[in-house]
Design a protein around this ligand. Structure first.
Ligand code: AMP
Ligand code: MG
Length: 418
């Protein structure tokens, strides 16, 4: 049986970036840039004051203080009309352009002036405890960005910071790698929607909403299909509908029971199996395959689809999603396909691991009792793959390698942050 690493490699081999498209800036958060972005302006566009204060010739304050005649007041958005010469000053607000002739700004806190000193005809006494130099409190034109300069490269992930920078350089629309569309298909005769009270033998469909949310958080555009019954004909129709998306994520129907029809129906529809089952707990029955033309996805959406058959038990579903679907979505979206962040931590208590599969055990990662900077990880009491409640009490998965043994308190283990 495949290891997690081997299986992930097979998944990522099939996940190539989707075609680029142009989207409005406000829809680009979380996407990956597909062009080099140049600036259409210098930033700042003029030498500007970075404080509220008085524009001066630094030489005027060579003795540490000077009484200067106020020429005018310029606020941000205004433009100076008179050059500053020796013995004169212009009152500036933060962001206002530096007047011609001036080379420094004395902050308002170092000025003694009448409250209404903005107008011509008043004087101000400026005191600088330290010698001022030309350029003090001035941000030079183009200090941050030069017109025509590349400010972002293709492949950059668009965070709020990049949105701000794109706005600064005049980009109301940007070319990005398309967001993957993902269909979620819960399967099972026993499932009822969350708003219903389950009858005898029934349980609620928790995977549908959970996986839809997981897709959204991983940057995909999720669409939850109606629950499919364990019936070949219905599964065939639902799966065919799901194959219209870039990725189809099924839940249930992939283990060894008589009602586990998903792999057979996928094969009938021409979905090519890449692997089924791996050495993993929870999540052993995971199924993965591809559908449609091989190679680069075509811009007309006719590209290859990825199909994941996640085990029905909710914890297995979620763990498989995080280990395999999330990295695949990242790759499709033009990213590096990194999975959950991993850290090492000290086991907070002794833990007995049994079994021949590596286990991702729901756990609580914390700073540790003494807050020494050490990370501590405490496995939570967990009743297995159906125990979603235990996972809700966790913020991490502690990884225990295959093999039965006792892990001592204080032992260092690998932890995945949820
Ligand atoms: P299966 O993989 O279909 O054999 O399902 C394994 C277990 O997961 C069974 O106990 C199912 O009832 C449960 N299960 C399947 N689908 C879901 C779902 N959408 N939400 C919650 N539990 C599910
Ligand atoms: Mg089932």
């Amino acid at each position: 049986m495949l290891t997690v690493d081997e299986a992930l490699r097979l998944v990522l081999e099939q996940a190539r970036p989707l075609p680029a498209q142009t989207v409005p800036l406000e829809h680009s958060l979380g996407l990956v840039l597909a062009e080099a972005v140049t600036s259409d302006v210098d930033s700042p566009p003029y030498d500007k004051s970075i404080v509220d204060g008085y524009a001066v010739q630094a030489n005027d304050l060579a003795n540490g203080e000077a009484r200067l005649a106020i020429l005018e007041e310029v606020v941000a958005g205004g433009v100076p009309s008179r050059p500053v010469r020796p013995g004169t000053t212009t009152r500036l607000m933060t962001g206002a352009p530096l007047p011609a002739g001036a080379d420094a700004v004395v902050m308002i806190e170092h000025a003694e002036a009448p409250l209404d000193a903005g107008a011509n005809g008043h004087t101000v006494l400026l005191r600088e405890p330290k010698r001022i130099a030309a350029g003090q409190n001035v941000m030079r034109r183009a200090a941050s960005v030069r017109k025509g300069e590349i400010v972002l490269q293709p492949g950059a992930s668009i965070r709020p910071i990049e949105i701000g920078l794109l706005a600064e350089v005049g980009r109301a629309a940007v070319r990005v790698v398309r967001r993957p569309s993902v269909a979620i298909l819960p399967t099972g005769n026993e499932l009822v929607p969350p708003e219903q009270t389950p009858g005898p033998g029934q349980i609620r469909n928790s995977n549908g909403p959970m996986l839809t949310a997981a897709v959204a958080r991983a940057g995909g555009a999720a669409r939850e299909l109606p629950i499919a019954r364990d019936d070949r004909e219905q599964l065939r129709r639902s799966i065919a509908a799901g194959l219209e998306s870039d990725v189809l994520v099924l839940s249930g129907g992939v283990s060894a029971g008589v009602m586990d029809l998903v792999p057979a129906v996928l094969a009938e529809l021409g979905v090519r199996q890449v692997f089924h089952k791996l050495r993993l707990k929870p999540g052993k029955p995971l199924w993965f395959g591809v559908y449609g033309p091989e190679g680069e996805p075509a811009p007309d959406d006719g590209g290859q689809r990825l199909v994941f058959g996640l085990p029905g038990n909710p914890v297995s579903s979620l763990v498989c999603f995080e280990l395999f679907v999330r990295p695949a979505l990242g790759r499709l979206a033009g990213g590096d396909g990194e999975g959950l962040p991993r850290v090492h931590a000290k086991l907070a208590r002794e833990f007995v691991h049994r079994g021949d599969r590596p286990t991702y055990h729901p756990s609580v990662l914390s700073r540790g009792p003494a807050d020494t900077g050490d990370r501590h990880v405490e496995p939570v009491t967990w009743h297995g793959s159906a125990d979603l409640r235990a996972l809700a009490a966790a913020n991490a998965l502690a990884l225990f390698p295959a093999g039965s043994r006792t892990h001592a308190a204080g032992e260092i283990v690998e932890v995945l942050l949820l």
